[in-house]
Ligand binder design. Structure first.
Ligand code: NAI
Ligand SMILES: Nc1nc(O)c(N)c(N[C@@H]2O[C@H](COP(=O)(O)O)[C@@H](O)[C@H]2O)n1
Length: 226
């Protein structure tokens, strides 16, 4: 058994999720940030790749005090469990994700992670070990289910998202297309691994909904399974 998994991301009008220098930029507007906060507060866990932690140092906390209070009233912690996919335990010990806001953290590592680094991170987070060289995403999702996680929001970045698609682990994807052009052929995009080499392997999506939001559009897709 595994949780329901959805991806949420913000992409520029030319299909980039950050700049060539991997600098975090504002792609979506105020309304979209509020929408993201609501779906985050409604999730049991929020996942990012180590590339995103190193590039953006996100806290991934719920921002609205009303939403935080609502979670507490419902017997939950202020924030969903924050999970970093980090095969070699490279998460910096002073990163915001480990220090900002209340709630549980999990660093998902592989057997390649050095014991010393694991012990350091274990002061702030639970450590879940799966996979030989790289985190085994399917096994991790099963482990998160055992933690009681039923709904996961994936925040990025592109490498993690592509791997999740390759492992057939994405149920829905929500893309906010913002009204900026970022440009650069090496700027990160929503699916940034080696790509799907055969057309028959492309994940197929069913359009659920489109909505005008701020000066952009929000597109909701469901992954079609055969
Ligand atoms: N606009 C948006 O909505 C968002 C944009 N971003 C942007 O994405 C960029 C970071 O993306 P990436 O560099 O692609 O990093 P990423 O966040 O996707 O992390 C990828 C890394 O995770 C590790 N990993 C461990 N096991 C893995 C597995 N089984 N599959 C895949 N990766 C695994 C690898 O070290 C890999 O390099 C940043 O520039 C950030 O600003 C990130 C989140 C949201
Ligand atoms: N949804 C969304 N819209 C944008 O315009 C963005 N730039 C991003 N970026 C990602 O949001 C994360 C920030 O989290 P915290 O505010 O630190 O909690 C970070 O991972 C960015 O890549 N997202």
């Amino acid at each position: 058994m595994r949780p329901f998994i959805f991806v949420n991301l913000a992409m520029s009008a030319d299909g980039k999720i950050s700049t060539v220098q991997r600098r975090q930029v504002k792609i979506s507007g105020k309304k979209d940030f509020e929408r993201v906060d609501i779906i985050k507060a409604d999730s049991d866990a929020i996942i990012v790749g180590i590339g995103t932690v190193l590039a953006d140092n996100p806290s991934l906390t719920v921002k609205s005090s009303e939403l935080k209070s609502k979670r507490i009233k419902n017997g939950k912690e202020e924030n969903p469990i924050r999970v970093v996919i980090d095969s070699k335990a490279r998460t910096p010990a002073d990163s915001d994700i480990l220090h900002k806001g209340d709630g549980q953290r999990i660093i998902a590592v592989s057997k390649k992670a050095e014991q010393e680094k694991i012990e350091l991170l274990n002061e702030y987070a639970d450590i879940v070990v799966t996979g030989e060289d790289k985190v085994d995403l399917s096994a991790l999702m099963e482990a998160l289910y055992e933690y009681g996680v039923r709904k996961i929001m994936v925040e990025g970045g592109g490498s993690l998202i592509e791997s999740l698609f390759k492992e057939n682990l994405v149920d829905e994807i929500y893309t906010c297309v913002g009204n900026v052009i970022i440009g650069g052929k090496n700027a990160p995009t929503p699916a940034d691994g080696e790509g799907f080499l055969k057309e028959e392997d492309f994940p197929n999506l069913k359009l659920l909904d489109i909505e005008k939001i701020d000066e952009g559009i929000l597109i909701r897709w469901k992954v079609v399974r055969d």
